[in-house]
Structures are given as C-alpha cells and as structure tokens.
Design a binder for this molecule. Structure first.
Ligand code: SF4
Length: 504
C-alpha cells in the first residue's frame, strides 16, 4: 500500500473529537504486556467478577483474548468518527517491550488496508500514561483498541502521527446481556495452518516447507546473481558477509560499510600491512573499524591509551580513507557479543583466514555440515577475548567471534545463494537439504506452534526453517491466511491461481 493510500485511509479512520476533555485517573502501569496476556484465555475471569459496576468492565488480558481470537462480533469495532474497522489479520502477540500485537492488518470500509501494530488498553489514556507516546517502539501502531475511550481523541504516537481508537464500551453498553455468551464462545477464527498437518499430513506439510525453503533460496540466489553481475562475486560475497554479521540491528550500516570500503580497498590495505608492522588481520580490523567510524578518536571518547588500539588508529589515519558517522550504528541495546565493533573484528578474522571472499564458493563441496561451517566460524583471539568495543573496558565474553549458529546463517543466507547464482546449484542444494535445524526464529515461533497444535510433528531442518521464514514474510505478514500453501485443501481456501498469493 502506498504512503498516500495509507494517509487517506488514516484520514478515513479519523474524524472524531480532537480535545481530551474527560481524562480520568490513570493506572500506574500496563496490566499486561505481550504474549503472556495475549496467549492465556482469561474469559472465565470476567464471569467470576460478578457485576460490581453498572457496565461490565474488561481487563486488558480479556481484551487481548478477544482480539487474539477475533471473538468480537460484526459492528463492535468502530472508530470515534463512526468508521467501521475490519480485521484482516490480528497480528502476533508481541514478546517483550512494545505493542501488544505486531504486524496486524486492518481494513476500513473502502477495503484499503493498514498494516502495523495494535495496542490494547482498558482506557485510552493509558497509552500516554505508560510512556508509549514517547517510545519509538510504538510508532507503528495503527489501531488502539480500548474498553473505555477516556481521552476523546485519537492516540498520539511518537514521531507525530496518531492512531485511531476503537472503544468497546459503547457496544457493550448496548448489549451488556450478550457479553457472557460472547466471551464463552470459541474463537471465531483460527489460522488455517493450525490444522495443516491434519489436512496435508506431516509429510505433506513438510513438503510444503521444503518447497518454500527452496523458493527462499532461489530468491536469495537471484539477488546474488544481480549483485555479482554488477560488482563481481567477490564484492557480492563480502557485502553479504558483512550484512549477515550485522544481525541485531546493524545489517543496514554493514551494507553501507561494504559500499564505502569495498573489498578491493580492504584487500589493498591488507597488502600494505607488513610495511606498517602489523598483521593482515589487524590491518583489516583497522580499516573496517576506521571506515565504520568506530575507532575511539572518531567518537570523541577519552579512553586510556591501549597498546592494541593505537596501531589500529595509526593504520587507519595513514590510509586516507573516509569514515562513516558513528551515529549510523546501533550501539545501545545490543549485546556485547553482537556489538558492531566486535562483529567487524569477526569479519576481519574470517576474511583473513579465507584470503578472498570468493573462497567461500568452495564451501558447498564440504562432505559434512561441520566441515562446511568451519571456514565460517572464528575464535576470539588476544584483545577480542575480553573486548567488544575499543571504547569499552574489558569484560567476560563468549570465546567465539562467530559461533556455530551465526556460521549457519552465513552459510544459508550468503554462501549457498551465491553458489547457486554462480552455477554450483546441485552441490549447494544438496548441502542445504542436509543442514541441521537452526535455533528457533522469533518470527516463526508462532508457525511452529501452529503446526504442532494438532499433535502432529513436522521435523524441522534448515531448509524447512527457511520455509517457515518464507511463509512468515510472504504470506503471514501479508494477510495470506486462506491463500497460503499451508491453507491448501481447506474448504473454499488455498485455491491459488498462478501468480496469485502473498508478496513474493
Ligand atoms: S498465512 Fe501464515 S498464519 Fe496464515 S495460515 Fe498461512 S502460514 Fe498460517
């Protein structure tokens, strides 16, 4: 959906009062947050409350249960301006700080959809009272679902926008007698993947994941083919390696660094290392950290002189290379082991050991998964055993600069797609199909649970885990329930014509 369309649809939802003239006492903190509230079904709590007030009140956990199961009837969701709201996808319960449901899709009467997060509160004033109005994590809220609209205004978001408010109290006031039956009934809707194993069998569901995993690999390979045609396979692999090491919020600046300091410039700097009296790996570190703008002198930090860091500073200063602003990097809220400076030290270690990024193309010839992962793994040595950033003091850190799980991600997202793009598809696909399953991805935990919800078991490996990611990105987050490959065989669903489907 275009930005203009989003603005129009937002405008359609808007249309009520703009002043907050009836604020009430605010609760001190969110009653619930994230998945624990949303996943429990507290409908019975309400029934046990009795009726101490003229109007039955919902708790935030009950609101979450209603939202998650789409138990609200037609017509209950209406904005202050009288615009009815239809739920295309209720989103996934958020884990940790942030909105209650993430990646929801809602539609107005025109059929135009809005995609974003949904926040639930008993009172609309709680959004501001809980500090969400100043928290960037809430900037993507597209709907504020409340029991009681006590502010009388759309909800102000961090960054200047607003989210429409739908309040259930007016509907409940009209139909108080129906509320108990409403909460007692089973969810009106469940994602079709919950019964995919019953419909398709464990083998059929597994085959669907295999096909989706293959499709994801092919899509990545197409991207590498394009990049290799434009910049050469060495540069494409180098950029992919840096991007894969930027997990945890620094993938974009890692890509930018690969453009600012291309492989040929880094290699040339490594060749000059003996003249500067340092090892090639340390020269790589100096140029990567310096071009990233992460050396102490570039960050205005008064740190005590360090025998390891000083040659890095000197080597970069002598290179004459330009530096990115340090502000381009996410430095806060990142685990020390994933800090960008330490990731760059990891890149230096891998590139030094490989000699050339194109050496990665030999990996698909490995006889075992362990052999394939070895050149993608690196152990912390010397300074990096106890440091994650040249501006920080020593601390305890894991012994690996690149551990097994990150090495697997590099293999799957960089090496194998590049090998497929480079014409080594048979060996790359064979290795892909025998890689063990990676650690569970947060984004696909819901899908794993849905597939297991009927008691059937679909064994997962790397290829199928990639299939889950492909489903998540291309169907689940695109309102694809009923049309996705795991909806196949459902009455009136899953009948996709050629070219139809989620965004691919
Ligand atoms: S789109 Fe995603 S959530 Fe919906 S049925 Fe398909 S796999 Fe399940």
């Amino acid at each position: 959906m275009s930005g203009v369309a989003v603005s129009r649809e937002r405008a359609a939802y808007d249309g009520g009062r703009t002043t907050a003239d009836n604020r009430r006492q605010m609760p001190p903190a969110c009653e619930t947050h994230g998945s624990s509230a949303a996943e429990n079904d507290p409908a019975s709590d309400l029934l046990a409350h009795g009726d101490p007030q003229p109007l039955p009140r919902l708790t935030e956990a009950q609101l979450a249960a209603l939202w998650r199961g789409r138990r609200f009837p037609e017509g209950a969701l209406v904005t202050r301006g009288g615009v009815p709201v239809r739920v295309v996808h209720q989103g996934r319960p958020g884990r940790g700080p942030g909105p209650d449901f993430r990646g929801a899709v809602i539609a107005g009467p025109s059929g135009l959809t809005l995609r974003g997060d949904v926040e639930l509160h008993v009172r609309s004033s709680s959004f501001r009272a809980h500090g969400h109005a100043a928290d960037p994590a809430y900037a993507g809220v597209v709907l504020h679902v409340v029991f009681d609209d006590d502010t009388g205004a759309d909800t102000p978001l961090p960054g200047g926008g607003t989210a429409p408010v739908v309040a259930l109290a007016p509907w409940v006031a009209r139909r108080a007698g129906e509320l108990e039956r409403w909460l007692e009934r089973p969810p009106l809707w469940r994602e079709p993947c919950h019964d995919a194993v019953a419909r398709l069998g464990a083998e059929g569901a597994g085959a669907t994941l295999d096909a989706e995993g293959d499709r994801r690999l092919a899509a990545h390979a197409a991207r590498y083919a394009e990049e290799a045609a434009a910049d050469g396979i060495g540069q494409a692999l180098y950029a992919g390696l840096l991007e894969a090491l930027g997990y945890g919020g620094n993938s974009t600046p890692m890509r930018a660094l690969a453009r600012a300091l291309p492989w040929r410039a880094l290699r040339a700097g490594g060749e000059r290392a003996p003249r500067r009296g340092i090892a090639r790996r340390q020269a790589f570190e100096a140029l990567l950290l310096g071009a990233a703008g992460l050396l102490p002198s570039q960050r205005g930090r008064a740190v005590p002189p360090d025998a390891y860091v000083e040659p890095l500073e000197r080597t970069f200063a002598a290179s004459g290379l330009a530096a990115m602003p340090a502000a381009a990097w996410k430095l806060w809220g990142v685990r020390p082991a994933n800090a960008p400076a330490r990731r760059l030290a990891a890149a230096a270690a891998l590139l030094d050991a490989l000699g050339e990024p194109s050496a990665l193309l030999r990996v698909p010839g490995a006889a075992t998964a362990g052999e394939a992962l070895r050149p993608l793994s690196a152990v912390a040595e010397g300074y990096w055993r106890t440091h994650f950033d040249p501006c920080a003091g020593p601390c305890r850190l894991p012994p690996a600069l690149v551990g097994r799980s990150r090495a697997l991600e590099i293999l799957v997202n960089v090496v194998l797609p590049a090998a497929v793009a480079g014409g080594d598809a048979a060996r790359a696909r064979a290795l892909y199909a025998r890689l063990p399953r990676p650690a569970s991805y947060g984004a696909t935990r819901f899908l794993e649970g849905a597939l297991a919800s009927g008691g059937g078991r679909v064994p997962l490996d790397t290829r199928r885990a990639q299939g889950l990611l492909a489903l998540h990105h291309d169907w689940c987050t695109q309102g694809g329930c009923g049309r996705c490959p795991l909806s196949e065989g459902r009455e009136g669903e899953g009948r996709r014509s050629e070219g139809e489907g989620g965004r691919r």
